[in-house]
Write a protein of this length. Structure first.
Length: 434
């Protein structure tokens, strides 16, 4: 009896952080279905709160198709016709920028490289009505400036210059863009040219939101470097070769919400007549980021369409920050547990990974923790030993697995026998008391 009491009260020291990390890695490697590797677009999970499914309390939007997701968790907070195929228009350029940054990351390209400007990329040779960076003969422009011109003022000329620089031709670059989206598992997204002018480019709000999560996670610095800028002027004096004296053209960013919506730092607008008014919008406030994709917005004029697009984006973002909370889902752990018949006398149950849950602001969740109080060695680090459940009105809405933080091998035979007796005493006492 005394031995049993001592064993049950003995708490081992928590494992070092490195051991905890290894245990989580082991668990995740056995649960591949829950991992979202960067090589594949993170899945978006549907909102499933009772009475507030998929943002029923969200404001109405004018756009034909819309989706609002958490950049952190991928949860869908609102959606409306999110699988409708619509031309992305100039949002296409975001995939071009991503493709270029991937080339930079691999060492194939450098942001400081000088980009050759073929005649096809000169602004005077781009279709009328296009948004432009104003590239032309007698200019020297870096890759960094080309990407800025695409992101800030949606330069169709810059998109053509990028295609020639990265792949040698427009068709070859478009194929590379399509390879990137296929690699990310985006089956309904396809491009025929890199600027967004063609109505034959296609995507859905859902897939473009998934892509945008990948883009921001892989290249977070691109937000400040390109997408958050509100002004652009080209050509600058350093862009001009001797004998050229063109004055810079000063332009505002096509994303006007950068100046009107708190926390907005991207991403990309788009418009052609066949698509309506589109935008991929991202906002961060107090460290919490959301992404909205609005497509097929109405408007009898550029002024009206842009205004309605801004109204939709602002309404959704203000709504989600006011009506949703983000909480970390590891409050009740780690938990010390006794291990019988092992070379160590206990372990700590730790969360399998840091998790986050988005809840309506007026909802309080119940937390239920269940662990295996009768663990017998051997046990492996990363082996599941319990579960934390988050419930609402008795319904489980989120779970976090608890895993062993260490390996514990079997003890010697005498210790196994003594622990076997002690464990039986412990179980008997539990039955009597509870």
């Amino acid at each position: 009896m005394i031995y049993t009491s001592v064993r049950l009260s003995n708490v081992v020291s928590p494992a070092p952080y490195a051991m905890e990390a290894l245990a989580r890695s082991v668990y995740l490697n056995t649960k591949q279905t829950i991992i979202h590797p960067f090589a594949q677009a993170p899945e978006l999970s549907p909102w499933n709160w009772t009475g507030q499914i998929k943002g029923r309390d969200a404001p109405p939007v004018h756009a034909q198709s819309a989706i609002l997701v958490s950049a952190l968790t991928g949860e869908i907070l609102f959606e409306q016709n999110a699988d409708m195929l619509i031309p992305p228009a100039s949002m296409t350029k975001l995939v071009g920028i991503y493709t270029a940054l991937r080339a930079v990351e691999s060492g194939e390209a450098n942001l400081n490289d000088s980009v050759n400007l073929p005649p096809e990329s000169w602004s005077r040779n781009i279709p009328p009505g296009s948004s432009l960076m104003f590239l032309g003969p007698g200019q020297q422009v870096s890759l960094d400036e080309i990407l800025e011109g695409m992101a800030v003022v949606s330069g169709n000329d810059a998109a053509i210059a990028l295609a020639y620089y990265i792949s040698g031709s427009v068709p070859a670059f478009v194929e590379r863009m399509n390879q990137e989206v296929r690699r990310l598992g985006l089956l309904d997204t396809h491009f025929v040219e890199p600027s967004g002018l063609s109505e034959h480019n296609q995507t859905t709000a859902r897939e473009f939101a998934s892509f945008s999560r990948v883009y921001i996670r892989e290249f977070p610095d691109a937000l400040e470097r390109y997408h958050a800028k509100t002004r652009f002027a080209h050509p600058q004096p350093h862009n001009l070769l001797p004998g050229h004296t063109e004055s810079p053209v000063y332009q505002r960013a096509t994303n006007t919400m950068l100046e009107t919506l708190s926390g907005c730092d991207g991403l990309k607008t788009g418009f052609i007549y066949e698509s309506g008014f589109n935008i991929t919008l991202t906002v961060e406030r107090n460290g919490i980021r959301y992404i909205a994709v609005l497509m097929g917005g109405p408007g009898k004029s550029m002024r009206e369409g842009s205004s309605l697009r801004s109204t939709d984006g602002t309404a959704l973002m203000d709504w989600v920050y006011k009506n949703r909370n983000v909480r970390e889902t590891v409050e009740s752990v780690p938990i010390p547990l006794t291990v019988w018949a092992g070379r160590e006398q206990g372990l700590w149950a730790i969360p399998a990974g840091s998790g986050y849950l988005i809840t309506p602001a007026n909802v309080e969740l119940a937390i239920k923790t269940k662990v295996n109080h009768s663990i017998t060695a051997p046990i492996n680090a990363g082996e599941q030993v319990g579960m934390v459940k988050y419930t609402l009105n008795g319904e489980t809405v989120h779970t976090v697995p608890l895993i062993a933080d260490r390996n514990i091998s079997t003890a010697s035979l005498p210790i196994q026998f003594i622990d076997w007796l002690a464990e039986r005493v412990s179980r008997h006492l539990s039955e009597i008391l509870f």
